[in-house]
Every structure is written in structure tokens, then in C-alpha cells.
Design a protein. Structure first.
Length: 320
């Protein structure tokens, strides 16, 4: 069993409005008023409820990211932090636009990748065969987290990662390489190339929610032998095994086109869940604007499903 410990509440995927879900830590007795939240004591020039471009130097390279501060940011001392990674050839601005993650009650950072190899002038992330040579996005992520957690009113025990496609592949790699920094991760339409699986054999238990379209033509659900891409169900099952979960998941469905798989009994309060979209393409489920090729379901909103999963998990120890 891993020495890394997590606190988790019972996982649910029922689609209830996010605003209607009470906080796991919220409690009050009849007739009493909840305690007033402590205001943020780390001033920033960025206004609450806004998104702005920022830069950071990592590995001798100037990197950029979009930072979203939630409404009322200055009135609370400790916000969750979500880092969202775009797909190959995309940008932080684009994933913010289609993911709706900026509607969450959290600080959200949308980093930009560095232009990689292969055809076109396209930004990419570590772990893929077209990744930029010599760029360490794991170290960049550590630098970014250090800066955000030092400068902003965020809670290091509630730090999460999500992303799409190549960005989701990096998220899988981060779960293996930086398990002490992320309380949970949620890749969407993940491109889990061999480089995105390095160091995962001995990774400690990390809560993982995977979302993927069964009809994804870009990163096939059944895998791609020529590109050494695993079948998605196999990738999820490997995480369940590493997390010490029971091997047979509990299955369910949402509407007519969403299948859910939940592995129980995992080590250290971890959880592994998988959401498969029948007929779904290489897209962000629920997106109202273009997010990739293929069918987009509106049975679920990926941002809501991801947020419900994230809020169930927090780190009990944070290492820097």
C-alpha cells in the first residue's frame, strides 16, 4: 500500500446540478449561521471573475498560461486549483473556450505547450512522439504549481489536473510522476503514448477519472497497435490494478449513450472511474463550440462530471 494518503467521500456520477451539491465539509445546525469565510490575503492585480494571460520562465523557456480567477476570489482564502492542458495544435485559450471549466468555483490555469515536431507549427506536450525536443513539461508543471500556490489563495491539498487528447496524455504522466502534487486527475480523449506512460509501473495510488468517446477516430477507443496506443479500457484497468482496486468495476449508464465504470476498494481512499460515450468522437462531452472531430454528446457536461469527481478527493500531505 502506498504511503500517500487521500481523503475521499463516496463517488457518484448522478447528474445533479453542480450548484445544488453541498460541499463535503459544509455543516451547520438549525438556527446557526455558517462561519464567515476568511478573505484572501494575497493581493493580485487581476480582477475576480476574469481570465488573463500570464508568463513564467521554466527550464530557460518563457511559458504562457491563461489564469482564470473565480467570482468572489478576493473574498475567500483557499480555493481549489485546476490545471487544464490543451490538445496538440490547440491553446489554453481554446480549451478554456469549450471546456466550461472557468464556470467552476475554482482557480483554473490553462497552460500553453511548446511547438513540437512533425507536420505543422503545432504546440504539443511531453509524452507524445511529436513532443517538443528537450522540453520538460513535468518540471514546467512543478514550476507553475509552485508559483500559483505561492502567489494565489489556493489550497495545495485540492489541486487537480485535466486535459484533452495530447494534454490528457500529459495528465496521465503527471499522475505517475507528480502524485504528491495532484489530489486527482481526469483525462478526456487521452492520447496515452508510451512516453506518457513512463514511470507508471510503480506509481502510488492516485484517483483517476477517464472520459473517452467510443467512436473516437483520432485516438481510437480500442487502441492503435501501429502507434502503440493502448485500448482505453485496458489503460483504465491498469490504473485500477496500480491503485489496488477490485478488478471488476461496477457498471451503470446515464441516458442512452453514456456508460460508467467504477472500481471500488482502492488503496488509500483512491478511486478509478471511466466514462465511455457511445458514438462519441474526439471531443469534449457537452461542448457547445468546436472541440474536435466527431459527435458531441449533451447527455453529460464533462466539466460537471469532472468537478464532482475532483471535489471528492484531497491530499492529506503536500510535498514541494
Amino acid at each position: 500500500m502506498s504511503s500517500r494518503r487521500l481523503i475521499a467521500v463516496t463517488a457518484v456520477l448522478a447528474l445533479l446540478p453542480v450548484a445544488g451539491l453541498p460541499s463535503a465539509s459544509a455543516s451547520s445546525s438549525a438556527g446557526s449561521s455558517p462561519p464567515r469565510p476568511v478573505a484572501c490575503d494575497r493581493p493580485t492585480d487581476q480582477e475576480s471573475g476574469s481570465s488573463a494571460l500570464h508568463t513564467i520562465t521554466s527550464g530557460g523557456i518563457e511559458r504562457s498560461y491563461i489564469l482564470r480567477l473565480p467570482r468572489g476570489y478576493d473574498r475567500k482564502a483557499s480555493w481549489p486549483l485546476v490545471v487544464a492542458y490543451h490538445g496538440r495544435g490547440s491553446t489554453g485559450t481554446e480549451i478554456e473556450g469549450f471546456s466550461e471549466l472557468s464556470t467552476l468555483p475554482a482557480v483554473v490555469a490553462y497552460p500553453d505547450g511548446v511547438v513540437g515536431t512533425g507536420d505543422g507549427y503545432r504546440q504539443a506536450w511531453q509524452g507524445a512522439p511529436y513532443a517538443p525536443v528537450g522540453v520538460d513539461d513535468v518540471a514546467f508543471t512543478e514550476d507553475l504549481l509552485d508559483e500559483l500556490q505561492s502567489d494565489l489563495c489556493v489550497d495545495p491539498t485540492r489541486t487537480y489536473a485535466t486535459g484533452k487528447s495530447n494534454g490528457a496524455g500529459l495528465v496521465g504522466l503527471l499522475a505517475c510522476r507528480l502524485p504528491e502534487r495532484f489530489a486527482a486527475v481526469a483525462p478526456v480523449a487521452g492520447a496515452f503514448y508510451p512516453g506518457a506512460r513512463e514511470g507508471c509501473e510503480d506509481a502510488p495510488a492516485v484517483p483517476v477519472l477517464d472520459v473517452h468517446g467510443v467512436a473516437d477516430a483520432t485516438i481510437p477507443y480500442e487502441g492503435d497497435v501501429d502507434r502503440d496506443l493502448p485500448a482505453i479500457r485496458d489503460w483504465v484497468a491498469e490504473w485500477a490494478e496500480r491503485d489496488g482496486c477490485r478488478p471488476t468495476p461496477r457498471t451503470g449508464s446515464i441516458g442512452r449513450d453514456v456508460l460508467t465504470y467504477r472500481f471500488a476498494g482502492c488503496d488509500d481512499g483512491a478511486a478509478v472511474e471511466h466514462v465511455a460515450i457511445e458514438g462519441g468522437g474526439h471531443v469534449w462531452p457537452g461542448a457547445d463550440v468546436y472541440s474536435g472531430g466527431g459527435h458531441v454528446t449533451h447527455t453529460i457536461e464533462a466539466s460537471e462530471v469532472i468537478w464532482r469527481f475532483f471535489r471528492q478527493h484531497r491530499l492529506t500531505q503536500v510535498q514541494r
